[in-house]
Design a protein around this ligand. Sequence first.
Ligand code: ZN
Length: 331
Amino acid sequence: MASEWLSELKAMVGREYGRVYAWDKVNAPMVRQWCEVMGIDNPLYTDEEYAKQTEFDGIVAPPAMLQAWCLEGLHQNNYPEGSTDENPYGALKLIEKQGYPAVVAVNSELSFDRYITMGEKLYYVTKLTEVGDEKTTALGTGFFVTLVMTFFSENTSAASDDEKIGELLFRVFKFKPHQQPEKNSAPAEVPVIKRPKPGISDDTRFFWEGCEAKELRIQHCKTCDELQHPPAPVCMHCQSFELDYQVVSGSGELYSFVVMHYPEVPPFDYPNPIGLIQLDEGVRVPAGLVGVDNKNDLKIGQRVQVEFQTFDEELTLPMFRIIDSNAQARG
Ligand code: ZN
């Protein structure tokens, strides 16, 4: 009966799940790496000398890093010894069994009680705080489920309790998606996905018009006689605005390359080799590579020659063909 599983679900509300421990004590190297990845340069987190002069008397961990301390790492469900093996998502499994397969994260609220300092050992416990009544939203019909993870700093002296340091509320919607409208019996037209087109400005137009004319045009400074690519409004060598272009030979060598395998984005063929070409005239041009039978044979220094290919009958691009199979060492 429907009401039976619902009361089982409601009875789970308020249940608290066991501790999940942090693999490492709060430490400076992880703080530094986190700041690096997040692009945060507050010296309170990374500069001990600076932090010593503040009210904190030493570096502290960024509050927003709270959840990072207790993550399992690369391997799923790989938690340190002493951590619970209870699954706090049992309510979601129960709902799923009743025919609500989809899930979407709805909101997440992180709150902090205080700064965390180096050497603290953290853990969290999870509580299922709320399961709403069945609701229908734009996505479908299902249940809002709220879990709260409460983070603590372990107190090693038995004299006092562990101290709560922050909280993460996490709400998901576990639902049955709306039925898709019946498909028309007529086969849908398959959209043709075209090659992305360049954004063309007054500074770059000569280059693309050159491609149409099957010429490789490289921007040239009339003041200092240097070439530059990609085209810019000003000479990067002498800041002159007196720019025109020269048609170059299109001969050069492979300065560097990548072979794209994944993700496969239409309309490109995969594996998709892309080269950075050092033109004999001295500038470098990134471009697709053609005539590559075996992607493993690509070598830095291979000679290449431009050829123009037109895609979707509207876009002509310079591509470079490998014209020798032997790499030549660059001088
Ligand atoms: Zn110049």
